[in-house]
Design a protein around this ligand. Structure first.
Ligand code: NAD
Length: 283
């Protein structure tokens, strides 16, 4: 790798934050969506390493196998169970939650699955909008609806939702993504409002994270703009940020673990904006 290129993320056990928490035990279950890739995969591995029985769910079964392989390579402490499911299908989500409940008490839910589509409002395909809405907003609500009563029965739990800097401000040609990320912050607050201090919720907003999706965009942009990969990251993607390094997926996984832990017991309905100064500063 030259210093102009950008290295892909490599999850190492030593990068995982270890948190002491009475509820991070094998009889408690965390469900993680989007767990076949990127941030979801890293989060599932972080939660398992912290001792939770972790359910990794995704529509991409081969990707889930990759998550299990990575977990084995890292030698995580807890168990990861791959339960495939499509977030556009209520029956499949019912089945995932039912199976997860057989493994222990569902205490934590991480809604991470998502997708992007770039088009102006005038050209935006409505069937793509409908799909993004189903995966990125309706499914997080439906899974919360299934899990929150179970969490309450066992003494309370936490829902963590993956938002973005696009849940704080927006860029052009990403109308559906912007709407979903603002929307997920609304779901987060609604869960807090109804949680009566027993069930909590929080969201996480980051700028660019080194996931396969973003790494491919870097390569393509470097080629089409005739600049180096590093210039794409520093000048184009993170041009507005003060920190010129993208986050690693494992760092986002660590934030989920922190948000789920008792250290974050006063974090309820709000957002962890980990954006390297992107949103609130400018030069
Ligand atoms: P990714 O593409 O690597 O992973 C997304 C996962 O969602 C995939 O494994 C995919 O199979 C799954 N998924 C899509 N449709 C599904 C469906 N119908 N049912 C079940 N699973 C489905 O993406 P990522 O970069 O890891 O992003 C994860 C989340 O983080 C997304 O919500 C994204 O918006 C958000 N996010 C990403 C970045 C970034 O820079 N990568 C920054 C901020 C927020």
């Amino acid at each position: 790798m030259s210093e102009d290129s950008v290295e892909p993320a490599e999850l190492k056990r030593s990068d995982i934050m270890q948190i002491e928490d009475d509820r991070f035990t094998a009889d408690n279950v965390a469900i993680v969506t989007g767990a076949a890739s990127g941030i979801g995969r890293a989060t599932a591995i972080v939660l398992a390493e912290n001792g939770l029985t972790t359910v990794a769910t995704d529509v991409d079964e081969a990707g889930l196998d990759g998550t299990l392989e990575k977990a084995e390579e890292v030698a995580v402490e807890g168990e990861i169970h791959a339960l495939p499911g499509d977030l556009t299908d209520d029956d499949e989500m019912d089945a995932v939650v039912e199976e997860a409940a057989q493994l222990g008490d569902i205490r934590f839910l991480a809604n991470i699955a998502g997708m992007q589509h770039i088009d102006s409002i005038g050209d935006f395909p409505m069937d793509t909008y409908d799909m993004m809405h189903q995966v990125m907003l309706r499914a997080p609500l439906y899974l919360s609806k299934l899990c929150l009563p179970r969490m309450r029965e066992t003494g309370g739990g936490v829902v963590g939702n993956m938002a973005s800097v696009h849940g704080h401000y927006v860029t052009r040609d990403k109308v559906a993504y912007n709407m979903m990320k603002f929307g997920i912050r609304g779901l987060t607050r609604s869960i807090a409002a109804e949680g009566e201090g027993e069930n909590r919720s929080f969201s996480i907003s980051t700028g660019y994270v080194k996931t396969p999706l973003v790494m491919n965009q870097i390569e393509d942009s470097a080629e089409s703009r005739g600049i180096t990969e590093r210039e794409v990251v520093e000048d184009v993607m993170l041009g507005q940020a003060r920190t010129k390094e993208m986050m690693e997926p494992v760092e986002v996984g660590n934030l989920f673990a922190f948000g789920f832990s008792e250290n974050a017991r006063h974090l309820n309905g709000n957002d962890l904006l980990w954006d390297g100064g992107y949103t609130h500063t400018y030069e």
